[in-house]
Design a protein around this ligand. Structure first.
Ligand code: GLC
Length: 716
C-alpha cells in the first residue's frame, strides 16, 4: 500500500481502533494450544474486542494455526488491518543453534548470519513476521542468567554479531524477500549491567560509560536496518528505559535516527508504577507514550487510559497517531496488506523446518562454538582407548538452552548418541543422573564405569533452567554433588576430561585439575554430534571466549577491557597498596579471546610499517603466525589497542580487529591489520566521539592476555 493509503487508513480509524494497534497480547489469548508465556500473566482486563483488534500477537507459531488466527482476525477487523505475529526466535526456531554466548565464541560472523537466515526461514514459513532478536546487551557479570543470550563483554564483537544477525534475519528487504523476518534488537538499554548480576535489578552508570561500552551493539543493529527496538526492564540513570524520553526520543529517535517501532518488554509499561515513577497505570501510559513506546507488550495501560489522556491533552493524539503509523508501516513494509498470510506455508513448514541441511549448519555452528579450555594432551581421545561417558550431561538432551522456544529436546543429539557414532564401544550408564541431586545408584554405576575405563569423559554443568531470564545465581560454581562426583572419579581414574553444558562462565574451582576441560555451552540440536567430533579429533576446536571466566564469583564483574586505576597490581615492587584482593588474583581464570586447539600456533615479531599515524593515514601492523603442529587448525588472531593517555581514563586494551586464519599443519602466514585514526576515537567527558593525538600501544596475539606490543603515535 502506498504511504497516502496508510494515511487514509489511519484517518479512517476510530480512537479505539488506533489504540488497539498498540496492544500486544500473548498467543494464549488466541490459540488453545499455546501454553507459552515468557512473563507474568496478570489480569489484563481487556475485552473480546480488544483481543481481536490488538495490533500484534506474541509467541504464536505454526503455519496452519497462524493462518487460522489471521483469518479470524481479519473477519473481525472492521478495516481489515492484519495482525503482526512476533516471537522469541533467539538462536533458532525448531532447528536450535548454539546459544548466542556460544555463537559469540565462534567469532564467525558469516556463520552467525547463516544461523539467523535459517532461523528466519523456519520462523517465516511457520507464520512468524518479527523475531525478538538479536539480544545485544553487553555483559560483564555471569551471575546474570541472560548472559547466555548475549555475545559477550566486548562492544566491537557484539556490534559485529548484532549486525550479522540483523542481516541474516532481514536480508536486504524482509518485505520483498521470501522467508525473511523483521528483527528486533533488545533490550534498550544497558540491561546487562544489572547490579550484582541480579535479574531485573537497578542499572547505574554514567552516560559516558553507557555510550562507550553498552550502546554500540544496539546502534550497530539500527545501522543494519533493524525494524524494531525493545525497551529494557531496567532504569537508565534513575528512569526506567520504558519511560525514559532522553533514552528513547533523544538518543534513539533523534540521535540514532531510528524510525522503526519501539516495543516495551513484557509488562514494562505497567511496571513504571512499580518502579514508582508513575503513580498509577494512567500515568504509566502517559509516561511511556511521551517517552516513545509504540507497542505495550502484555499489559493494558494504553488500552485503558490513552483515550482519556488524549481527551485531556489533545497534543497526545499526535504522538498516538505517530505510534500507530509506525505499526501500520511495518505491516505494510512486510507486505501484509497485500497478503496477510504472507510467509505461513504448511507445505514448506513440513519440508524445511528441522531439515537435514539446517541440522548440518547447526552442527557446524556447534563445532565452531566449542571452546577447549584445558588440555594436558589427553585430547583428542586416541583410537582404541576404552572411554566412559558419564555424568549428568552424558545422556542429556537438555542442551538447547533456556530460550529455545519451539526447539524440542527430544530432537537434540545427546553426547552419548554423538560419541557412539564414532566409538560404539564407549561405556555408558543406564541410571538417570541428575544435575543437582544424583541418586547413589547413578553415582555408583558411573564410578564403576570410570574404574573400567582408560579415559573418562565427565559431562557436567548446569541444567538449562539455571540460566536465561529470571535465572541469576549468586554462586556460579558447579553444584556440590558434581564436585563430589568429580573427586570420586578422579580418585580412581587419572585421565578425566570434563565437558561443560552451561549458560554462563562458571567458577570452575573443584574441577580445574581435570586433564581436559571442554566448554560446550548449550550447543543446540546437533550438540552431541559436534562434541563427539571435537573430542575424538575429527574437528580441531577453534572457539575463543567472548566472555571472561572468573577464578571465582568474588571477582565479579570481571572483563578484559578494564581501567588501569591509580594503583594497578604489578605497577611496582609495592606489595600492599595496590588494586588487588587479599584472597584471589585479579586476573580471569580464562581470559576474553582465549581458547586452545589441537594445533600449536606460534607468533613472531609484530612489525609496524611506520610508527607515526596521521589523521588520514594508515599503519600496517604485521605479524607472522606459524602452526608448528601436525594438525591443520584455525587461529583467531586478535588486535587490541591501548590509548596511553586520554581525556578520560581509557581501558588497558580494547579489541579493534581480528582475523580468523585457517593454517595448515607446519605452515606459517603473515597477517596484516590496518590501523586508522577512526579506531582510536572514544567518548570524551563532553560526549564528543573523537580521538586525541598521542601515543598508543598496538597488541596482537591469540587472546587478550597473551599479546605482543608495539607503540605508535597519532599526530593531528
Ligand atoms: C521477556 C524477555 C524478552 C522477550 C519478551 C517476549 O520478558 O525479557 O527478551 O523477548 O519477554 O517474550
Amino acid at each position: 500500500m502506498k504511504q497516502d493509503g496508510l494515511v487514509r487508513l489511519l484517518e479512517s480509524m476510530t480512537m479505539d481502533e488506533k489504540i488497539n494497534q498498540l496492544i500486544q497480547l500473548a498467543a494464549t489469548f488466541y490459540s488453545e494450544d499455546s501454553k507459552e508465556n515468557t512473563g507474568p500473566i496478570r489480569e489484563v482486563g481487556l475485552t473480546e474486542e480488544n483481543v481481536w483488534n490488538a495490533g500484534s500477537i506474541l509467541g504464536q507459531s505454526g503455519a496452519a494455526e497462524s493462518i487460522k488466527i489471521q483469518r479470524k482476525y481479519m473477519e473481525k477487523h472492521r478495516l481489515g488491518v492484519p495482525v503482526l505475529f512476533m516471537a522469541d526466535v533467539i538462536h533458532g526456531f525448531r532447528t536450535i543453534f548454539p546459544i548466542p554466548l556460544a555463537l559469540g565464541c565462534s567469532w564467525d560472523l558469516e556463520m552467525a548470519e547463516k544461523v539467523a537466515e535459517i532461523s528466519a526461514r523456519e520462523a517465516s514459513v511457520s507464520g512468524v513476521h518479527v523475531v525478538f532478536s538479536p539480544m545485544a546487551d553487553l555483559v560483564r557479570d555471569p551471575r546474570w542468567g541472560r548472559v547466555m543470550e548475549s555475545t559477550g563483554e566486548d562492544p566491537l564483537l557484539n556490534s559485529f554479531f548484532a549486525t550479522a544477525f540483523v542481516k541474516g534475519y532481514q536480508g536486504k528487504d524482509p518485505g520483498k524477500e521470501p522467508e525473511r523476518v523483521a528483527a528486533c534488537v533488545k533490550h534498550y538499554a544497558g540491561y546487562g549491567a544489572v547490579s550484582g548480576g541480579r535479574e531485573y535489578n537497578t542499572v547505574n552508570m554514567s552516560e559516558r560509560q553507557l555510550r562507550e561500552s553498552y550502546l554500540s551493539a544496539y546502534h550497530a543493529a539500527i545501522e543494519a536496518g533493524v525494524k524494531v527496538v525493545m525497551t529494557s526492564f531496567n532504569t537508565v540513570d534513575g528512569i526506567p528505559a520504558t519511560g525514559n524520553a532522553w533514552l528513547l526520543r533523544r538518543l534513539l529517535r533523534e540521535e540514532q535516527k531510528f524510525e522503526g517501532i519501539i516495543i516495551s518488554d513484557w509488562g514494562a509499561v505497567e511496571e513504571l508504577t512499580v518502579h514508582a515513577v508513575a503513580k498509577d497505570r494512567k500515568e504509566a501510559a502517559l509516561l511511556a507514550l511521551k517517552a516513545g513506546v509504540d507497542i505495550e507488550m502484555m499489559t493494558s495501560c494504553y488500552a485503558h487510559h490513552l483515550e482519556e489522556l488524549a481527551a485531556e491533552e489533545p497534543s497526545l493524539e499526535t504522538l498516538l497517531d505517530q505510534a500507530v503509523m509506525r505499526v501500520l508501516k511495518l505491516k505494510n513494509d512486510l507486505g501484509l496488506f497485500e497478503d496477510p498470510f504472507r510467509g505461513a506455508d504448511p507445505e514448506k513448514e513440513e519440508r524445511i523446518v528441522l531439515c537435514q541441511e539446517h541440522r548440518q549448519v547447526a552442527r557446524e555452528a556447534a563445532l565452531k562454538s566449542i571452546v577447549l579450555l584445558k588440555n594436558d594432551g589427553i585430547l583428542p581421545v586416541k583410537e582404541g582407548v576404552q572411554v566412559a561417558v558419564i555424568g549428568p550431561g552424558a545422556a542429556s538432551k537438555d542442551i538447547l538452552g533456556a530460550w529455545s522456544w519451539q526447539g524440542r529436546t527430544q530432537e537434540a543429539v545427546s553426547m552419548i548418541e554423538g560419541a557412539k557414532k564414532i566409538d560404539p564401544k564407549i561405556l555408558t550408564g543406564s541410571e538417570p543422573f541428575d544435575y543437582i541431586a544424583p541418586s547413589a545408584k547413578a553415582v555408583s554405576e558411573a564410578v564403576q564405569l570410570a574404574e573400567r575405563s582408560e579415559v573418562v569423559i565427565l559431562a557436567l554443568g548446569e541444567p538449562a533452567w539455571m540460566s536465561g531470564e529470571a535465572a541469576s545465581r549468586s554462586d556460579i560454581r558447579l553444584p556440590e554433588s558434581q564436585l563430589e562426583f568429580f573427586r570420586k572419579v578422579r580418585k580412581i581414574n587419572k585421565n578425566v576430561i570434563v565437558v561443560l553444558y552451561n549458560g554462563r562462565p562458571l567458577d570452575l574451582q573443584g574441577i580445574n585439575d581435570a586433564n581436559g576441560i571442554v566448554e560446550a555451552w548449550f550447543p543446540g540440536t546437533e550438540g552431541g554430534h559436534a562434541l563427539a567430533e571435537v573430542l575424538w579429533g575429527k574437528f580441531n576446536p577453534c572457539g575463543r571466549l567472548c566472555m571472561s571466566f572468573p577464578e571465582q564469583a568474588g571477582q565479579l564483574p570481571i572483563y578484559y577491557n578494564a581501567d588501569n586505576t591509580g594503583r594497578p597490581a604489578g605497577i611496582s615492587a609495592e606489595p600492599k597498596y595496590i588494586s588487588k584482593y587479599l584472597d584471589v588474583a585479579n586476573e580471569a581464570k580464562y581470559a576474553f579471546g582465549f581458547g586452545l586447539s589441537y594445533s600449536e600456533f606460534h607468533y613472531g615479531q609484530l612489525v609496524l610499517d611506520k610508527n607515526v599515524l596521521a589523521s588520514d593515514g594508515r599503519i600496517s601492523a604485521t605479524i607472522e603466525v606459524e602452526n608448528r603442529s601436525k594438525a591443520d587448525g584455525l587461529e583467531t588472531v586478535q588486535l587490541y589497542i591501548r590509548d596511553l593517555v586520554g581525556e578520560v581514563v581509557r581501558p588497558i586494551k580494547e579489541l579493534k580487529d581480528f582475523r580468523r586464519l585457517a593454517l595448515p599443519a607446519g605452515q606459517k602466514c603473515k597477517v596484516t591489520f590496518t590501523i586508522e585514526e577512526s579506531m582510536l576515537r572514544y567518548f570524551h567527558s563532553d560526549q564528543s566521539f573523537t580521538s586525541d593525538a598521542g601515543e598508543f600501544d598496538v597488541m596482537i596475539g591469540p587472546d587478550s592476555a597473551n599479546l605482543t606490543t608495539q607503540r605508535f603515535r597519532l599526530i593531528k
